[in-house]
Design a protein around this ligand. Sequence first.
Ligand SMILES: NC(=O)c1ccc[n+]([C@@H]2O[C@H](COP(=O)([O-])OP(=O)(O)OC[C@H]3O[C@@H](n4cnc5c(N)ncnc54)[C@H](OP(=O)(O)O)[C@@H]3O)[C@@H](O)[C@H]2O)c1
Length: 275
Amino acid sequence: MTDAHTLHGKTAIVTGASSGIGRATAELLGQKGAHVYLVGRTQTALDEVRNLIVKAGGTASVACVNINETGRIASLVQRALDETTRLDIMVNNAGLEYPGSIIDGEADQWREMVDTNILALLSGCQAGVKAMRTCGAQGHIVNVSSVSAQRPNSGVYGATKHAVNVISSSLRDELEDDDIRITNVMPGATSTNFARNFPPAFAEQFINAAGLDIPFTPGQRLPAEILNTLANNLKPMLCNPIDVANAVIYAVSQPINVNIAEIVVRPPRAMNVAH
Ligand SMILES: NC(=O)c1ccc[n+]([C@@H]2O[C@H](COP(=O)([O-])OP(=O)(O)OC[C@H]3O[C@@H](n4cnc5c(N)ncnc54)[C@H](OP(=O)(O)O)[C@@H]3O)[C@@H](O)[C@H]2O)c1
Protein backbone atom coordinates (compact mmCIF):
# COMPACT_ATOMS: atom_id res chain seq x y z
CA MET A 1 0.00 0.00 0.00
CA THR A 2 1.33 3.43 -0.94
CA ASP A 3 0.84 6.72 0.84
CA ALA A 4 -1.69 7.58 -1.86
CA HIS A 5 -3.97 4.87 -0.42
CA THR A 6 -3.97 6.01 3.21
CA LEU A 7 -7.68 5.22 3.66
CA HIS A 8 -7.47 1.67 2.28
CA GLY A 9 -9.82 -0.72 4.14
CA LYS A 10 -12.02 2.07 5.46
CA THR A 11 -15.70 2.64 4.68
CA ALA A 12 -17.00 6.16 4.09
CA ILE A 13 -20.47 7.60 3.49
CA VAL A 14 -20.87 10.96 1.73
CA THR A 15 -24.29 12.59 1.51
CA GLY A 16 -24.76 14.91 -1.44
CA ALA A 17 -22.17 12.99 -3.47
CA SER A 18 -23.93 13.59 -6.79
CA SER A 19 -22.70 17.18 -7.08
CA GLY A 20 -20.27 19.86 -5.93
CA ILE A 21 -18.40 19.53 -2.64
CA GLY A 22 -19.79 16.05 -1.85
CA ARG A 23 -18.84 14.74 -5.27
CA ALA A 24 -15.27 16.07 -5.03
CA THR A 25 -14.94 14.66 -1.50
CA ALA A 26 -16.26 11.25 -2.55
CA GLU A 27 -13.88 11.07 -5.49
CA LEU A 28 -10.90 11.94 -3.29
CA LEU A 29 -11.91 9.45 -0.57
CA GLY A 30 -12.15 6.80 -3.31
CA GLN A 31 -8.73 7.73 -4.68
CA LYS A 32 -7.30 7.39 -1.16
CA GLY A 33 -8.59 3.81 -0.98
CA ALA A 34 -11.82 4.09 1.05
CA HIS A 35 -14.94 2.25 -0.11
CA VAL A 36 -17.38 5.14 -0.58
CA TYR A 37 -21.17 5.09 -0.32
CA LEU A 38 -22.42 7.81 -2.65
CA VAL A 39 -25.69 9.32 -1.46
CA GLY A 40 -27.83 11.72 -3.50
CA ARG A 41 -31.02 11.99 -5.52
CA THR A 42 -29.71 11.95 -9.10
CA GLN A 43 -29.01 8.40 -10.28
CA THR A 44 -27.07 9.30 -13.45
CA ALA A 45 -24.76 11.67 -11.56
CA LEU A 46 -24.15 9.11 -8.80
CA ASP A 47 -23.37 6.41 -11.39
CA GLU A 48 -20.93 8.82 -13.07
CA VAL A 49 -19.10 9.43 -9.78
CA ARG A 50 -18.95 5.70 -9.04
CA ASN A 51 -17.54 5.03 -12.54
CA LEU A 52 -14.86 7.69 -12.03
CA ILE A 53 -13.85 6.17 -8.69
CA VAL A 54 -13.74 2.65 -10.17
CA LYS A 55 -11.75 3.88 -13.19
CA ALA A 56 -9.20 5.35 -10.77
CA GLY A 57 -8.85 1.93 -9.08
CA GLY A 58 -11.24 2.48 -6.17
CA THR A 59 -14.60 1.04 -5.09
CA ALA A 60 -17.96 2.69 -4.40
CA SER A 61 -21.66 1.95 -3.94
CA VAL A 62 -24.58 4.13 -4.95
CA ALA A 63 -27.59 5.01 -2.76
CA CYS A 64 -30.07 7.14 -4.71
CA VAL A 65 -32.37 8.33 -1.91
CA ASN A 66 -34.01 11.40 -0.43
CA ILE A 67 -32.30 11.69 2.94
CA ASN A 68 -35.25 13.66 4.32
CA GLU A 69 -37.45 10.56 4.37
CA THR A 70 -37.75 9.20 7.91
CA GLY A 71 -35.29 6.39 8.62
CA ARG A 72 -33.39 6.78 5.32
CA ILE A 73 -30.06 7.76 6.82
CA ALA A 74 -30.22 5.08 9.51
CA SER A 75 -30.99 2.37 6.94
CA LEU A 76 -28.20 3.39 4.60
CA VAL A 77 -25.71 3.47 7.49
CA GLN A 78 -26.92 -0.05 8.40
CA ARG A 79 -26.45 -1.10 4.76
CA ALA A 80 -22.83 0.09 4.80
CA LEU A 81 -22.26 -1.79 8.07
CA ASP A 82 -23.90 -4.98 6.74
CA GLU A 83 -22.02 -4.94 3.43
CA THR A 84 -18.55 -3.88 4.62
CA THR A 85 -18.73 -4.62 8.39
CA ARG A 86 -17.51 -1.07 9.09
CA LEU A 87 -18.10 2.64 9.07
CA ASP A 88 -15.05 4.88 9.49
CA ILE A 89 -15.95 8.19 7.88
CA MET A 90 -19.36 9.89 7.74
CA VAL A 91 -19.53 13.12 5.73
CA ASN A 92 -22.82 14.93 6.35
CA ASN A 93 -22.61 17.28 3.38
CA ALA A 94 -25.99 17.38 1.58
CA GLY A 95 -27.58 20.80 1.93
CA LEU A 96 -29.34 23.59 0.15
CA GLU A 97 -30.35 27.20 0.32
CA TYR A 98 -33.47 29.04 -0.71
CA PRO A 99 -32.34 32.65 -0.43
CA GLY A 100 -34.72 35.38 0.60
CA SER A 101 -35.95 37.49 3.45
CA ILE A 102 -37.82 36.09 6.44
CA ILE A 103 -40.76 38.44 5.80
CA ASP A 104 -41.29 37.11 2.27
CA GLY A 105 -40.08 33.54 2.81
CA GLU A 106 -42.11 30.38 2.16
CA ALA A 107 -42.70 27.79 4.88
CA ASP A 108 -42.16 24.84 2.50
CA GLN A 109 -38.71 26.16 1.63
CA TRP A 110 -37.84 26.74 5.30
CA ARG A 111 -38.97 23.18 6.05
CA GLU A 112 -36.79 21.68 3.31
CA MET A 113 -33.74 23.61 4.55
CA VAL A 114 -34.37 22.54 8.16
CA ASP A 115 -35.05 18.91 7.15
CA THR A 116 -31.94 18.61 4.97
CA ASN A 117 -29.41 20.93 6.60
CA ILE A 118 -30.26 20.10 10.24
CA LEU A 119 -32.44 17.01 10.75
CA ALA A 120 -30.82 14.73 8.16
CA LEU A 121 -27.37 15.84 9.40
CA LEU A 122 -28.42 15.04 12.99
CA SER A 123 -29.58 11.58 11.89
CA GLY A 124 -26.29 11.10 10.04
CA CYS A 125 -24.35 12.02 13.19
CA GLN A 126 -26.42 9.70 15.41
CA ALA A 127 -26.45 6.70 13.06
CA GLY A 128 -22.78 7.26 12.22
CA VAL A 129 -21.68 7.27 15.87
CA LYS A 130 -23.72 4.14 16.65
CA ALA A 131 -22.23 2.28 13.66
CA MET A 132 -18.67 3.37 14.53
CA ARG A 133 -19.15 2.17 18.11
CA THR A 134 -20.61 -1.13 16.88
CA CYS A 135 -17.62 -1.91 14.65
CA GLY A 136 -15.04 -0.35 16.98
CA ALA A 137 -13.81 2.10 14.36
CA GLN A 138 -11.53 5.02 15.03
CA GLY A 139 -14.04 7.21 13.26
CA HIS A 140 -14.40 10.67 11.80
CA ILE A 141 -17.62 12.58 11.34
CA VAL A 142 -17.45 15.63 9.09
CA ASN A 143 -20.31 18.12 9.09
CA VAL A 144 -20.43 20.62 6.24
CA SER A 145 -21.57 23.97 7.58
CA SER A 146 -20.92 27.37 5.92
CA VAL A 147 -19.26 30.73 6.45
CA SER A 148 -22.90 31.90 6.78
CA ALA A 149 -22.65 30.46 10.29
CA GLN A 150 -20.09 33.17 11.07
CA ARG A 151 -22.58 35.97 10.33
CA PRO A 152 -25.40 36.79 12.74
CA ASN A 153 -27.72 38.03 9.98
CA SER A 154 -27.53 35.24 7.39
CA GLY A 155 -31.24 34.46 7.26
CA VAL A 156 -32.99 31.11 7.54
CA TYR A 157 -30.24 29.27 5.63
CA GLY A 158 -27.64 30.85 7.93
CA ALA A 159 -29.72 29.82 10.93
CA THR A 160 -29.55 26.18 9.80
CA LYS A 161 -25.77 26.47 9.52
CA HIS A 162 -25.49 28.10 12.97
CA ALA A 163 -27.37 25.00 14.15
CA VAL A 164 -24.83 22.76 12.40
CA ASN A 165 -22.00 24.52 14.27
CA VAL A 166 -23.76 23.98 17.62
CA ILE A 167 -24.48 20.33 16.77
CA SER A 168 -20.82 19.73 15.85
CA SER A 169 -19.54 21.37 19.05
CA SER A 170 -22.04 19.53 21.25
CA LEU A 171 -21.29 16.17 19.65
CA ARG A 172 -17.56 16.79 20.05
CA ASP A 173 -18.13 17.20 23.80
CA GLU A 174 -20.28 14.04 23.95
CA LEU A 175 -17.56 12.00 22.21
CA GLU A 176 -14.50 13.08 24.20
CA ASP A 177 -14.14 9.56 25.63
CA ASP A 178 -14.80 7.82 22.30
CA ASP A 179 -12.40 7.21 19.43
CA ILE A 180 -14.59 9.37 17.19
CA ARG A 181 -13.60 12.88 16.11
CA ILE A 182 -15.90 15.65 14.82
CA THR A 183 -14.83 18.14 12.17
CA ASN A 184 -16.98 21.13 11.26
CA VAL A 185 -16.13 22.49 7.80
CA MET A 186 -17.28 26.00 6.82
CA PRO A 187 -16.89 26.62 3.08
CA GLY A 188 -17.14 30.04 1.50
CA ALA A 189 -18.39 30.60 -2.06
CA THR A 190 -17.60 27.45 -4.05
CA SER A 191 -18.32 26.60 -7.68
CA THR A 192 -21.10 23.98 -7.34
CA ASN A 193 -24.79 23.65 -8.11
CA PHE A 194 -25.59 25.44 -4.87
CA ALA A 195 -27.15 28.40 -6.75
CA ARG A 196 -29.80 26.15 -8.30
CA ASN A 197 -32.55 27.69 -6.12
CA PHE A 198 -31.30 31.27 -6.48
CA PRO A 199 -32.82 33.71 -8.99
CA PRO A 200 -31.28 32.87 -12.44
CA ALA A 201 -29.68 36.35 -12.60
CA PHE A 202 -27.44 35.36 -9.66
CA ALA A 203 -25.94 32.34 -11.45
CA GLU A 204 -25.86 34.17 -14.78
CA GLN A 205 -23.59 36.93 -13.43
CA PHE A 206 -20.95 34.27 -12.66
CA ILE A 207 -21.49 32.42 -15.92
CA ASN A 208 -21.07 35.67 -17.88
CA ALA A 209 -18.10 36.88 -15.81
CA ALA A 210 -16.38 33.55 -16.56
CA GLY A 211 -16.78 34.21 -20.29
CA LEU A 212 -19.38 31.47 -20.81
CA ASP A 213 -22.56 31.93 -22.80
CA ILE A 214 -25.05 29.32 -21.57
CA PRO A 215 -28.64 29.75 -20.42
CA PHE A 216 -29.53 29.04 -16.77
CA THR A 217 -32.98 27.97 -15.62
CA PRO A 218 -34.15 27.67 -11.99
CA GLY A 219 -33.37 24.28 -10.47
CA GLN A 220 -30.80 23.48 -13.16
CA ARG A 221 -27.74 21.36 -12.35
CA LEU A 222 -24.71 22.42 -14.39
CA PRO A 223 -22.27 19.70 -15.56
CA ALA A 224 -19.07 19.30 -13.51
CA GLU A 225 -16.96 20.54 -16.47
CA ILE A 226 -18.82 23.88 -16.55
CA LEU A 227 -18.48 24.28 -12.77
CA ASN A 228 -14.78 23.57 -13.15
CA THR A 229 -14.47 26.29 -15.82
CA LEU A 230 -16.27 28.74 -13.53
CA ALA A 231 -13.87 27.95 -10.69
CA ASN A 232 -10.82 28.29 -12.96
CA ASN A 233 -11.95 31.55 -14.56
CA LEU A 234 -13.19 33.21 -11.35
CA LYS A 235 -10.39 32.19 -8.99
CA PRO A 236 -10.41 35.13 -6.56
CA MET A 237 -14.17 34.80 -6.06
CA LEU A 238 -14.91 31.08 -6.06
CA CYS A 239 -13.27 28.02 -4.54
CA ASN A 240 -13.12 24.79 -6.52
CA PRO A 241 -14.98 21.96 -4.67
CA ILE A 242 -11.66 20.09 -4.63
CA ASP A 243 -10.29 22.80 -2.27
CA VAL A 244 -12.94 21.86 0.31
CA ALA A 245 -12.49 18.14 -0.38
CA ASN A 246 -8.74 18.46 0.34
CA ALA A 247 -9.59 19.95 3.75
CA VAL A 248 -11.91 17.02 4.52
CA ILE A 249 -9.23 14.50 3.55
CA TYR A 250 -6.71 16.31 5.76
CA ALA A 251 -9.07 16.11 8.76
CA VAL A 252 -9.98 12.43 8.36
CA SER A 253 -6.34 11.42 7.78
CA GLN A 254 -5.15 12.64 11.19
CA PRO A 255 -4.36 10.23 14.04
CA ILE A 256 -7.34 9.69 16.34
CA ASN A 257 -5.75 11.73 19.17
CA VAL A 258 -5.86 14.82 16.94
CA ASN A 259 -9.19 16.52 16.39
CA ILE A 260 -9.25 19.03 13.55
CA ALA A 261 -12.29 20.67 15.09
CA GLU A 262 -13.10 23.43 12.61
CA ILE A 263 -11.95 24.42 9.13
CA VAL A 264 -12.91 27.50 7.10
CA VAL A 265 -12.17 27.16 3.37
CA ARG A 266 -12.95 30.30 1.39
CA PRO A 267 -11.78 32.18 -1.67
CA PRO A 268 -9.62 35.28 -1.23
CA ARG A 269 -12.55 37.62 -1.90
CA ALA A 270 -15.49 37.50 0.50
CA MET A 271 -18.95 37.35 -1.05
CA ASN A 272 -21.66 38.95 1.00
CA VAL A 273 -24.84 37.49 -0.43
CA ALA A 274 -27.92 39.21 0.92
CA HIS A 275 -30.14 36.57 2.45
N1 LIG B 1 -21.28 26.09 -2.76
C1 LIG B 1 -21.15 26.99 -1.82
O1 LIG B 1 -20.85 28.18 -2.10
C2 LIG B 1 -21.32 26.60 -0.37
C3 LIG B 1 -20.88 27.51 0.60
C4 LIG B 1 -21.04 27.15 1.95
C5 LIG B 1 -21.58 25.92 2.29
N2 LIG B 1 -22.00 25.06 1.32
C6 LIG B 1 -22.57 23.78 1.76
O2 LIG B 1 -21.93 22.72 1.07
C7 LIG B 1 -22.79 21.58 1.05
C8 LIG B 1 -22.78 20.97 -0.35
O3 LIG B 1 -23.39 21.88 -1.25
P1 LIG B 1 -22.81 22.17 -2.70
O4 LIG B 1 -22.31 23.54 -2.72
O5 LIG B 1 -21.91 21.07 -3.14
O6 LIG B 1 -24.18 22.18 -3.53
P2 LIG B 1 -24.75 21.22 -4.69
O7 LIG B 1 -23.79 21.15 -5.81
O8 LIG B 1 -26.10 21.73 -4.96
O9 LIG B 1 -24.83 19.80 -3.99
C9 LIG B 1 -25.78 19.50 -3.02
C10 LIG B 1 -25.86 18.01 -2.85
O10 LIG B 1 -26.84 17.69 -1.82
C11 LIG B 1 -27.73 16.71 -2.34
N3 LIG B 1 -29.03 16.81 -1.69
C12 LIG B 1 -29.75 17.91 -1.41
N4 LIG B 1 -30.90 17.58 -0.81
C13 LIG B 1 -30.91 16.23 -0.72
C14 LIG B 1 -31.83 15.29 -0.20
N5 LIG B 1 -33.01 15.66 0.35
N6 LIG B 1 -31.54 13.96 -0.27
C15 LIG B 1 -30.36 13.55 -0.81
N7 LIG B 1 -29.44 14.41 -1.31
C16 LIG B 1 -29.72 15.73 -1.27
C17 LIG B 1 -27.80 17.01 -3.84
O11 LIG B 1 -28.31 15.90 -4.53
P3 LIG B 1 -28.99 16.02 -6.02
O12 LIG B 1 -28.19 17.05 -6.79
O13 LIG B 1 -28.83 14.63 -6.56
O14 LIG B 1 -30.39 16.43 -5.80
C18 LIG B 1 -26.34 17.29 -4.13
O15 LIG B 1 -25.62 16.10 -4.27
C19 LIG B 1 -24.16 22.08 1.52
O16 LIG B 1 -24.37 21.67 2.86
C20 LIG B 1 -24.04 23.59 1.44
O17 LIG B 1 -24.88 24.25 2.37
C21 LIG B 1 -21.89 25.37 -0.01
